[in-house]
Design a protein around this ligand. Structure first.
Ligand code: GLA
Ligand code: MG
Length: 489
């Protein structure tokens, strides 16, 4: 490891010697006729609690997965990007990358992004950051093992890995928090208005602890998890690409409109800077509980039409579109504001409650809870771990119900998985953006195997009619992993 490197930068490590690296290296040599110069690894993530609230300014509680995007790269002496994916279902791609302005990221004719658009998002963001001062390009081979369109952040990992590769090739030193913020911006070039959770955890994750992520300034605080708890990720066999529909952005703008209306009706109208529901809370200096009451008071209706909203905010339709909507939501005519705002304020409270429970857990070695890599043994000082698992589990189940009923981003398959889990007293919830993808379940360590067996039998085999051996690849137990890194020979 380089001696001048600061702790806050993405670590540069010696290339590990394993089969996957060897295969990627060989593939690179075959495709490009030269050896890769460096590798970038960015993990996927699973969010334990705090869903659809990062873009409202509220803390979230994710952890990094072992599954990742690994890219091998070599520097080209002209400003071009040459792309390959080790999985040959993804086409080769080549593009000149002189300026950020000229780099257009266009989806296919159905509005679905091409796989390489995520790489281009990372490149575009890096170009913008560098003010287009770039004289070289990159040859890249991507090897990913995060299931795509599953709410485990495969797309963000690809965007982030690509951006990091360009910056590393250009010798730009950046702190983890700066690059995480830059990558959050990059991903919005795909068209979705994400909140930054995926990029934050990708860079700030640490082994053996989840992270409590707070915004402005971006900060990650390690959170210990109960020693006797296991986290299981199970795929619902229904995929959802959030950039291919307007579901995600619709929720983002419903939250913004709710924020504007609450603050207007609460009599603090003139502040243009207020965009998020958390800014409204700060402005009014209220507790989350009081914010819930204010939602019922100021947003009593189940549905708001565009013209009603215009009237409340004293704008015309054109202004509404310009000020609040995105290109793929400007045609919408009805909005659910009460339901979305209620979810956000109540979910923010669940995150605080979850974190409070976890704060009773301390490491039995040195109180650092695996942060220094010495120990991952975690014990509970107050009460027993089973109580904590029950409390955390109930918060997760509450989150799921809210996402299903108020936020309407679940899916029948996800609900089925959650209900099946309940039959074994395991609590779970949809994780990530939703509308498909995965659940995250919190289960007692002793129960993990029988829980997974039950899902394989009842969900994958009986309900989805999937072969039991194949089903094993859709469900796995996981522990918190470390964040992004660069490898050099
Ligand atoms: C996506 C976004 C995140 C977050 C989640 C929902 O993953 O990229 O920023 O909003 O959805 O919690
Ligand atoms: Mg994503």
């Amino acid at each position: 490891m380089s001696s001048i490197q600061s702790n806050d930068e993405v670590p540069v490590r010696t290339l590990p010697n394993n089969e996957r690296i060897k295969r990627l290296k060989d593939y690179f040599c075959e495709e490009f006729g030269c050896e890769p110069k460096f590798f970038v690894r960015v993990p996927g993530r699973v969010n334990l609690i705090g869903e659809h609230i990062d873009y409202c300014g509220y803390p979230v509680l994710p952890m990094a997965l072992e599954q990742d995007i690994l890219i091998a790269a070599a520097i080209l002496n002209k400003p071009e990007v040459h792309l390959r994916n080790i999985n040959n279902k993804y086409d080769n791609f080549k593009m000149e990358v002189r300026s950020c302005e000229d780099l257009n990221i266009i989806p296919d004719s159905n509005g679905k992004p091409f796989w390489y658009n995520y790489v281009l998002c990372g490149v575009k963001g890096a170009l913008e950051f560098l003010n287009d001062r770039i004289d070289s390009g990159l040859q890249i081979v991507v090897d990913g093992n995060i299931p795509p369109a599953s709410g485990l952040s495969s797309s963000s990992a690809l965007v982030s890995a690509s951006c990091l590769a360009v910056l590393y090739a250009q010798k730009v030193p950046l702190s983890k928090t700066d690059i995480a913020s830059l990558c959050a911006k990059c991903e919005r070039y795909i068209g979705t208005q994400g909140g930054g959770m995926d990029q934050a955890i990708a860079f700030l994750a640490q082994k053996n602890c989840a992270q409590y992520i707070t915004w402005q300034p971006l900060k990650a605080t390690p959170v210990a998890l109960p020693e006797n708890a296991a986290f299981v990720v199970a795929h619902s066999i229904s995929e959802a690409n959030k950039a291919a529909t307007n579901d995600f952005n619709r929720r983002v703008i419903e939250c913004r409109l709710a924020a504007k209306i609450i603050v207007t009706r609460a009599g603090a109208a003139t502040d243009k800077k207020i965009i998020t529901l958390s800014q409204v809370q700060s402005k009014l200096d209220n507790s989350l509980e009081d914010m819930v009451k204010l939602v019922y008071e100021h947003l009593p209706k189940d549905l708001y039409t565009k013209s009603e909203i215009c009237e409340i905010l004293h704008v015309n339709e054109e202004e509404l579109e310009q000020l609040y909507l995105t290109p793929n939501t400007s045609h919408l005519t009805e909005f659910k504001l009460k339901q979305r705002a209620l979810h956000v304020y109540e979910e923010a409270q669940r995150v605080e409650d979850f974190r409070k429970q976890c704060s009773q857990i301390v490491s039995n070695s040195n109180g650092q809870n695996g942060v220094n890599g010495k120990s991952n043994a975690i014990v509970c000082e107050n009460g027993d771990g089973d109580d904590i698992i029950n409390i955390l589990g109930n918060l997760m189940y509450g989150s799921h119900q809210s996402l299903n009923e108020l936020y309407e981003c679940s899916h029948d398959n996800l609900n089925h998985l959650v209900n099946l889990s309940k039959t074994m007293n395991v609590n779970s919830r949809v994780t990530g953006a939703g509308w498909g993808g995965c659940i995250i379940a919190l289960c007692h360590k002793d129960k993990v195997n029988s829980y997974i067996d039950m899902l394989i039998e009842e969900f994958y085999s009986k309900y989805c009619k999937i072969d039991k051996n194949k089903a094993r690849s859709y469900v796995f137990a996981t522990t918190p992993n470390h964040g992004a890194e660069i490898y050099v020979n």
